[in-house]
Ligand binder design. Structure first.
Ligand code: SAM
Length: 315
């Protein structure tokens, strides 16, 4: 029963993330015409939270764009713990869709996502291609180049089957994305997952966004900063430092890795856009933002030469 309660609390983090994103989009931090199909209402969020989400979404976009360019649009994206993420539709709208796009999450989340997709013609229409029929079950959806699949990521034995149903191609250039996900998966299951993926996809890049610098100078985990909704943060040891974030990939058979705090990511975003969003809301204390950004990072790991050593710099 405790495990089920934990899983429910973990699944609720998706509502939190989606609401925060919708609120920031509503204020104009970035454009996402699709998020409101998945989230109906949001309460007010603090300016530093909105800026944090801006850095998160824009920082991830930098690597997604690099992946699309380097793979010539012929790669696949696999979003693990995708929640209500709208990346597929945003890429499709921008004419940058990869060859295949697979989203995985707990079946209870994918069922809700299926429901929202079915309900909105605009989302459905963008899944259609001339030859593509769409197959639905309660929890899974399969279209021409978009697949949404319910699975517990701790159950690796089901992954091959689920990914095969999603028409995965182990030989294609592949980008994995985990945005605030691994920290909820216990360390041994997360390791097993990373190792399995490294063994199966030889030409790939892994983009991970999550907490970092979780311990204070006395070695205590600082949970108060983290808005963790009382969830068990199972992977907390891997979030200790940028170094441990990088190491968790290399010890699990990824060839190389890199990591940046969100302070570095924020500062690397285009200056004119940062100026624009800094005018949306007043932030009395910039220190608050820096403190928040210091506790999150983007780490990147790669296998093969194509995606080796990508930097956070634009272009
Ligand atoms: N990546 C999305 C985003 O950033 O908007 C959602 C982030 S939310 C904080 C974490 C997501 O990870 C939730 O949707 C949750 O259900 C999913 N998740 C956590 N542990 C999981 C597991 N063991 N199996 C499948 N999904 C999991």
């Amino acid at each position: 029963i405790k495990d089920m309660a934990d899983d429910e609390a973990i699944q609720a983090t998706n509502d939190d993330a989606s609401e925060c994103k919708r609120y920031a989009v509503q204020l104009g931090y970035w454009s996402d015409p699709f998020i409101n199909f998945f989230v109906k209402q949001t309460g007010r969020k603090a300016p530093e939270i909105n800026r944090g989400y801006y850095a998160r979404v824009k920082g991830i976009e930098v690597f997604v764009d690099k992946f699309i360019k380097l793979s010539g649009g012929k790669g696949q994206i696999i979003n693990l713990g995708a929640g209500f993420d709208t990346l597929y539709w945003r890429l499709k709208e921008a004419g940058k869709c990869p060859a295949n796009f697979i989203e995985l999450d707990f079946p209870s989340i994918t069922a809700r996502k299926c429901y929202h997709i079915k309900k909105h013609k605009q989302l459905i229409d963008m899944l259609n291609t001339e030859d593509g029929e769409i197959r639905f079950s309660t929890t899974d959806l399969h279209a021409a180049n978009y697949h949404l699949v319910g699975i517990d990521l701790r159950h690796i034995s089901e992954l091959t089957n689920k990914l095969t149903q999603a028409e995965v191609n182990f030989n294609l250039p592949t980008m994995f994305l985990t945005e605030c996900v691994l920290v909820y998966v216990d360390a041994s299951a997360a390791s097993a997952l990373l190792k399995w993926l490294a063994g199966k996809f030889s030409n790939s890049i892994f983009i991970n966004y999550e907490q970092v610098n979780m311990k204070d100078k006395f070695g205590q985990v600082m949970l108060s900063n983290l808005r963790s909704r009382g969830c068990l943060l199972a992977g907390v040891e891997d979030c200790e430092s940028l170094e441990s974030q990088q190491r968790r990939f290399t010890i699990n058979n990824w060839e190389g890795s890199n990591a940046w705090t969100m302070v570095e990511v924020y500062d690397s975003l285009p200056q004119d856009d940062r100026r624009r969003i800094e005018h949306i809301e007043m932030l009395d204390e910039r220190e608050l933002l820096v403190q928040l950004l210091q506790h999150y990072c983007i780490s990147v790991a790669w296998n093969g030469q194509t995606f080796k050593n990508l930097s956070i710099a634009q272009g």
